[in-house]
Design a protein around this ligand. Structure first.
Ligand code: GLC
Ligand code: CA
Length: 532
């Protein structure tokens, strides 16, 4: 059983927005806050009751807002503080919550802190970043190249775990921790209901750890400094972290830890690939097995789990392990059913609700993602441009960052101007307008699925039992609360006969109109029943 506070959070259904690509209101080709406001009814209509905005703070945009130059101001392209105040108000008046993206590990090198810090060793910001006369180790930056950059002005190297213009903040400096506390309080006072915390595993570093020093010695102390405070004890927090086992997860999110309320665990995000840029034949079975493991462990340890398959850093899940052509609707709805009736907090990434797939581009110049371009350059040393392009097409974060296709017109109803990033290669076929008018609408399926979940407490903290066996090519699980029991059946890739070992009523939800629990299931067919 989850503690009361965590159980309340299972009522959240979070819709993740990549503001740059969601909706442009003023024709400059870049999504913005007014664009988001104009689509709040669409999001609420889906059944979401919270929005997580990727960073919308002042930034030169080398990493699309993950390089912040002022944590208390809005990115010029996205609008003004008045727009943000309006967004908060419009969300709250619809009974929806706002989750902001906090980027504590690094700032942009154009942040005032860095501009001061590089001036010398005896100014108030001198220790805000990690400076050294020589690189302290041979870490590689996540986006390619060394993680240490020489700065002429200061005459020293600084650390950047990501792009050269994303300098790591020095969390061992108390003033940096205080700055971040003040930033959190500033946004909570403005009305933020929670935060997603970017690469939180990196804020305390162990310089001898080859994995860029993640999970350093003071990590938990620093997280508690931020979130273990009475003033913010009501907010929802979800950290991005490379946590690999349950003990580590418990150390971050145990109810008595005073740290985070939840964490994204990425174990299941490796399905369908052998590394970030290399696909691998895979089945929904791999996804099931990883999910089952984490569901059971988080349940036993009373941890609030996060339910997600996609985000702004990932190629589409249905393109990796589903059939994203003829059975796109079936794959999208089956995977969603598998995921969102489990225990935890659902996160839906923009476009997922219309069955958005990964894209394909013939020209490397169509890509924008700093990570893809960095790795492409390195790949060229090992392979032909064609092979490298193929890999980028598979793994690029731009797969998730194309402008949201609202309709099938040339600019997809996203903008009247020139979109900042090429439209998705399949946007004439996959777009909101078309999905809503189709009898195989992914959006409408999501609506029913989410309504089922939020309308029945059994899906919040009800017990979870897995009925399918490890060798089965399907997933059957039940959720039970008191004498109420629900059965979720998700078939995988092959058509097959399935017998459900429980007596069930007629289907309460299904993606292909089935009524009975037992019988032949088509590929990716799924249905939900009440046991009688
Ligand atoms: C996280 C973000 C990613 C960003 C990186 C650096 O992984 O999700 O988009 O590039 O951190 O901030
Ligand atoms: Ca705009």
């Amino acid at each position: 059983m989850l503690c009361d506070r965590y159980r309340d959070f299972t009522r959240l259904v979070v819709y993740q927005i990549y503001p740059r690509s969601f909706m442009d209101s003023n024709g400059d080709g870049i999504g913005d806050l007014q664009g988001i406001i104009s689509k709040l009814d669409y999001i609420k209509g889906l059944g979401a009751n919270a929005v997580w905005l990727c960073p919308c703070f002042k930034s030169p945009n080398d990493d699309n807002g993950y390089d912040i130059s002022d944590y208390r101001d809005i990115m010029d392209e996205f609008g003004t503080m008045a727009d943000m105040d309006q967004l908060i108000e419009e969300l709250h008046s619809r009974g929806m919550k706002l989750i902001l993206d906090l980027v504590p590990n690094h700032s942009s090198t154009s942040h005032r802190w860095f501009r001061e810090s590089r001036k010398g060793r005896d100014n108030p910001y001198s220790n805000y970043y990690v400076w050294a006369d020589k690189p302290l180790n041979d870490w590689k930056a996540a986006f390619g190249g060394s993680a240490w950059e020489y700065d002429e002005m200061r005459g020293q190297y600084y650390l950047h775990s990501f792009a050269v213009s994303q300098a790591d903040l020095n969390w061992d400096e108390p003033a940096v921790r205080q700055e971040m506390i003040d930033i959190i309080d500033f946004w909570v006072n403005k009305g933020a209901d929670g935060f997603r915390i970017d690469v939180v595993d990196s804020i305390s570093k162990d310089y001898s750890n080859p994995n860029r020093g993640k999970f350093g010695p003071h990590l938990h102390e620093y997280i508690r400094t931020l979130f273990g405070r009475e003033e913010v004890s009501h907010i929802f927090t979800v950290g991005e972290s490379n946590v690999k086992d349950i003990e580590e997860l418990v150390r971050h999110c145990g109810a008595d830890r005073g740290e985070l309320t939840s964490l994204f665990v990425f174990d299941h995000m490796d399905v369908g690939r052998s590394d970030k840029f290399t696909p691998k034949e895979d089945s929904l079975k791999s996804l099931r097995d990883i999910l089952v493991y984490w569901q059971q462990e988080t349940d036993r340890n009373e941890i609030l789990y996060t339910l997600f398959t996609d985000n702004h850093d990932q190629p589409a899940m249905i393109s990796r392990i589903g059939n994203d052509s003829e059975l796109r609707y079936e794959s999208a709805t089956d995977i969603a059913t598998m995921m969102y009736l489990l225990k935890g907090v659902p996160f839906i990434y923009q476009g997922q609700e219309i069955g958005q797939t990964s894209a394909h581009f013939d020209d490397i110049n169509d890509f924008d993602d700093v990570e893809s371009l960095g790795h492409y350059k390195e790949m060229l040393e090992r392979m032909s441009p064609e092979e490298a392009l193929e890999k980028v097409n598979f793994g690029s974060r731009d797969n998730a960052r194309h402008p949201m296709p609202w309709d099938g017109s040339e600019k997809c109803g996203f903008t009247e101007g020139e979109p900042w990033l090429a439209m998705h290669s399949r946007s004439a076929e996959i777009n909101v307008e078309k999905d809503l008018s189709s009898d195989k609408s992914v959006y409408r399926f999501y609506q029913k699925l989410l309504a089922l979940r939020t309308g029945n407490d059994v899906f919040l903290d009800g017990d979870l039992d897995v009925l399918s066996a490890a060798e089965d090519d399907h997933f059957i699980y039940t959720r039970t609360l008191g004498d109420e029991k629900w059965v979720v059946v998700c078939n995988f890739e092959k058509e097959q006969d399935i017998r459900v070992p429980l007596e069930c009523g007629k289907a309460m939800l299904s993606n292909l109109g089935r009524e009975d629990a037992d019988g032949t299931y088509l590929p990716y067919e799924c249905a939900v029943f009440r046991a009688v």
